[in-house]
Design a protein around this ligand. Structure first.
Ligand code: NAP
Length: 251
């Protein structure tokens, strides 16, 4: 990347978000590591700094409008105007529909959809001012439907519609918006799914790898690599797309 940019990655204390923050920092982006967990966010920032990158830990619940406003203002003040936003933070509250509670539904919508809306609304002002921006929303193959995830698949499908609308509205300001829909990625999220199902982690990974054309599960770096491409200066003609990063075609 020729120009030093400022980016925000939500849910970047661990997993896909942390790998993305590391990758953007190595692409010369100054990165705000936004997460609920301040200590873990600081550990990610320390690791980025140790590798020669520039990063800032920002504690915030992205489903809370006041916290989002404060977090984005702090990033602008301490790192500079953010023009890259990766809406990655996510949670699962899985259950079959007949057992899913109203709270399971509201919490998942609150983080994935409201969180992405609030963050994008707060950051787009800076993108429009700079006449340049990159938004990447992390969807999922679950957007196509997944047993036990009525809330999560609805939110992940919603993010795809959100992305396409952002691409249409913000394109004239030099802003692109794209979605990445990962397949199975080894992370705390998939580890907790294995635990909930009572399946041994190694067996869970092996079973998922077997069903995947490239015969392995994904790693957080697989997604970070796709984010790096979408936010690059040279990717300005790629907008409104959903990129499935799943080791094979999905339908
Ligand atoms: P993860 O390891 O569980 O990490 C998610 C991070 O988001 C955690 O650090 C979490 O903080 C943070 N977070 C949750 N709610 C938040 C909130 N309200 N405000 C700020 N931060 C919040 O998950 P991951 O596997 O890396 O997943 C990252 C994204 O990829 C998610 O959107 C997920 O839905 C999506 N995805 C994952 C997979 C997969 O197979 N892993 C597949 C498709 C899509 P705490 O630690 O404090 O909870």
């Amino acid at each position: 990347m020729s120009v030093a940019r400022v980016g925000i990655v939500t849910g970047a204390a661990r997993g896909i978000g942390a790998a993305t923050a590391h990758r953007l920092a190595s692409d010369r982006v100054a990165v705000a590591v936004v997460d609920l967990d301040e200590q873990a966010a600081k550990a990610t920032v320390d690791a980025i700094a140790a590798a020669g990158g520039r990063a800032l830990a920002v504690q915030a619940d992205i489903s809370d409008a006041a916290q989002v406003e404060a977090a984005v203002a702090r990033v602008a003040e301490e790192l500079g105007a953010p023009t890259i936003l990766v809406n990655n933070a996510g949670i699962t509250r899985d259950n079959l529909l007949f057992k899913m509670t109203e709270s399971d539904w509201d919490q998942v919508m609150g983080v994935h959809l409201k969180g992405a809306f609030l963050m994008t609304k707060a950051v787009q002002k800076h993108m429009v001012d700079q006449q340049w921006g990159r938004v990447v929303n992390i969807s999922s193959i679950a957007a196509l439907g997944n047993r036990g995830q009525a809330n999560y698949s609805t939110a992940k499908a919603g993010l795809q519609g959100f992305t396409k609308t952002l691409a249409i509205e913000l394109g004239k300001f030099g802003v692109t918006a794209n979605c990445i829909a990962p397949g199975f990625i080894a992370s705390e999220m998939t580890k907790s799914t294995a635990e909930r199902l009572g399946v041994d982690w190694e067996k869970f990974v092996a079973a998922n790898a077997k069903q995947t054309p490239v015969q392995r599960v994904g790693e957080p770096d697989d997604i970070a690599n796709a984010v790096s491409f979408l936010v690059a200066e040279a990717s300005g003609f790629v907008s409104g797309q959903v990129l499935y990063v799943a080791g094979g075609p999905v339908s």
